[in-house]
Write a protein that binds this ligand. Sequence first.
Ligand SMILES: [Zn+2]
Length: 479
Amino acid sequence: MPEYEPVVGMECHAELLTNSKMFCGCKNEFGGEPNTRCCPICLGMPGALPVMNREAVNHVIRTALALNCEITRDAKFDRKNYFYPDLPKGYQISEYDKPIGVKGWLDIEVDGQVKRIHIRRVHLEEDTGKLFHVAGDESFVDLNRSGVPLMEIVTEFPPDIHSADEARAYLMKLRTILTFIGVCDGKMEEGSLRCEPNVSIREIGTHILGTKTEIKNLNSFRAVQKGIEFEVERQAELTEAGEKIVQETRGWNDAKQITFSQRSKEGEQEYRYFPEPDLLPLEISDDWIEQIRLNMPELPDSRKARIISEYGLSAYDAAYLIEEKELVDFFEETAKLSGDAKLSANWIMSDLARLLNTDNTPIQNSPISPAHLAEMVKLINDGTISGKIAKTLIEEMFTTSIAPGLIVEDKGWKTIKDTGAIEALVEKVMADNPAIISDIKEKGLMQKKGFLVGQVMKASQGKADPQDVNRIIDEKLIG
Ligand SMILES: [Zn+2]
């Protein structure tokens, strides 16, 4: 059996973070009572005229610049004509032959290798409404989403992506960039970021492209990866059996982890694109572009490089923290306040991440603030509490949102500095364990000392400093 190589193109749609919709003043927000955020324009009433949302255009220019695109100075809008019940106008306003951004790229990293993925276009359009199919052959339409500004980002042809891992890495990187520059909230589960990979296979070593299929309804990184893996396997099996691959759109069944045939793909000529007569072409000036460039937030790649050099983090830690803008913001604030970046990162990536994950809480809603976490790190560093106590303390902070200093005071969790008190505990433990003492003293079994240290730490409820305990035990054993 020959070895096959996947060829994957990515079409991603991102709902833009604007106050109002693309061509009217209706609120742009997820959810809401169905059909309450609509007006004659987004309902597609005859004679209603669209008015361009400048902020949406700014977002697309910002994205195009962040993705290293050239900006089309005379970008324009076109009508893409088709009928579907979630599209009351019978056409979608989109950009056909003059998209705002062209010829860009982003870099991904898979297995330590950096790879450049070329981007063909970034364009602006409007979202459709949503259909709900309920039992008993009834369907409902909610037009709250109709006319929400939508950006489409398409990778270059022929595609650079040749594995499900690369496709996943591309999508993760794209999401990071979009959220860092504030144009999209990146919530795949709410459909704010949607991805439709098209997949074909070819024998390794050949350059002919095979028939491709497009996968829809993928709403997580995992689904994108599994969907592509499944499709590659399915196409390889068909090819081996001498059967033809049909060009079509396939859905993704997440429960069964399979793709299934939805409909054969329409050719683009069937959309009968023509210039949108109700909107003037854009005139994107140098000043406009420069203004956006000047206000561009720090991009993920440069921020990652900066937190490595500024805080001395490992590339692994930096890559972890950079995945979410809110996470790296949280880290930087904590690191600055605590003065110990490495220890701050460790607590964020281990105990805090676990608590947030168990509680299904995003970092931006963390009950522990950066200031409180920084205070905890300082309490550890100045010897007020032990690392062991801190493990319990962080749980208490998470549950109560109370400052760590107050909790430590209230619970009496300060490290015992009084050596007399530790001596008393050591003496008691030694008196309780004569057999261990004789093993150490007479048989030289020094490894048994660890047991004594453990017992003293336990007796001190974790509040003794293990170094003090070790030293005092040594003194008593010699004495
Ligand atoms: Zn409206």
